[in-house]
Design a protein around this ligand. Structure first.
Ligand code: DAH
Length: 358
């Protein structure tokens, strides 16, 4: 009887002091396992006379249950403590930024191209592209600029060395080349915008030999000048992120459109800054018109059946205007400090829903 109480006291004491699950398991085996101290005592019951056994057996059973319960309680306590330690170690600060801000920046030209293509994609335009190195036909002849045409002089073209057959490739002077490539390779109707690099032998404060344009082309059986105007008004409002833009079309001349126009928008210059949409100055932003039937014919499209409109716009200048960037040449200096100041965070992709420039 005394032995039983003593053993119970010892075991409960040890269990109470235990600090890890492995030690608890060894202790359980040493007490309640087949050869454990409690089990050995129970085995002793066989040798007892019935009267003694009747007294001792319930005490041993109680010992077994008490020790078993104490082991279970200790197990639960140690599991809980282990979980606490794990949770403390794996704690994360959810107020930290999701990822560190990237160092790289999107160049304002790329940003503006993304903004413009987003606006026209939303109107249902496809994005088309063409090669920087072109031939005479796509850059001039097919656009109704035949060899002796004075408009060729205005383009200050970069030519590549003459080939054996006497022809010379060139760096495209405008994105209008992709009008031709699209009309030659696909069936009408067409509805495309063409962002891309263009080249002219010209360099001063407001011109760089490489610059960027975006071209638009719509060809179907019914589109007219009114649609052209509607598309451009909607574009200007979305791009300059203003509710209203006052604009005017001035009659102009381009060999590939007839009639042709240049579009100006109202603005106010205040120091470095321009306010777009209203004011007392006019800003010329693009050339446009109804596609000349001769251009359609050059591409194998019947001008009696199809018609449409086109426009072409310099990207660099409107990027300068929208983001108040004073010097065009800095665009191409590859100066990281400049890019850090004027560039855009890569994950802020311009969308009409989420905002173009934020
Ligand atoms: N290609 C012309 C240029 O570079 C711009 C242009 C004007 C494009 C009128 C057009 C247009 O498509 O219709 O100066």
């Amino acid at each position: 009887m005394q032995d039983i109480e003593k053993l119970e006291g010892e075991l409960l004491g040890e269990i109470g002091n235990i600090t890890n699950l492995d030690a608890l398991e060894s202790l359980r085996i040493s007490a309640l396992g087949k050869k454990g101290s409690v089990s050995l005592m129970m085995r002793g019951l066989g040798q007892m006379d019935p009267a003694e056994r009747q007294i001792i057996a319930p005490q041993l059973n109680k010992l077994k249950t008490t020790v078993g319960d104490a082991v279970d309680a200790a197990k639960a306590r140690l599991h809980a403590a282990e979980l606490d330690i794990k949770l403390a170690a794996e704690r994360i600060d959810i107020s930290l930024p999701a990822r560190p801000e990237t160092q790289g920046r999107i160049h304002p030209i790329s940003q503006v191209m993304d903004e413009i293509t987003e606006i026209f994609a939303d109107m249902g335009f496809d994005i088309a592209e063409g090669p920087d190195i072109e031939d005479d036909f796509h850059n001039f002849t097919a656009l109704n600029i035949p060899p002796e045409h004075p408009a060729r002089q205005m383009h200050d073209t970069f030519y590549l060395p003459e080939k054996e057959d006497g022809s010379r490739q060139l760096l495209r002077t405008h994105t209008s080349t992709v009008q031709i490539r699209t009309m030659q390779s696909q069936e009408p109707p067409h509805r495309i915008v063409v962002p891309g690099r263009t080249f002219r032998c010209d360099s001063d404060q407001t011109h760089t030999p490489m610059f960027h344009q975006i071209e638009g082309l719509v060809i179907d059986k019914t589109s007219h000048m009114g649609h052209l105007k509607g598309v451009l008004v909607e574009f200007c409002k979305a791009f300059f992120e203003v509710d209203d833009v006052t604009m005017r079309f001035r009659p102009s001349y381009f060999p590939f459109t007839e009639p042709s126009a240049e579009m100006d928008i109202k603005c106010t210059f205040a120091g470095d800054h321009v306010k777009i949409g209203e004011g007392d100055d006019w800003l010329e932003i693009l050339g446009c018109g109804m596609v000349n039937p001769r251009v359609l014919a050059h591409c194998g499209i019947d001008p009696n059946e199809y018609q449409g409109f086109a426009w072409g716009m310099g990207i660099d200048r409107i990027a300068m205007l929208k983001y108040g960037i004073p010097d065009l040449r800095a665009f191409f200096d590859a100066d990281l400090r400049w890019l850090k100041h004027y560039g855009f965070v890569p994950l802020d992709v311009p969308t009409l829903g989420g905002g173009l420039s934020r």
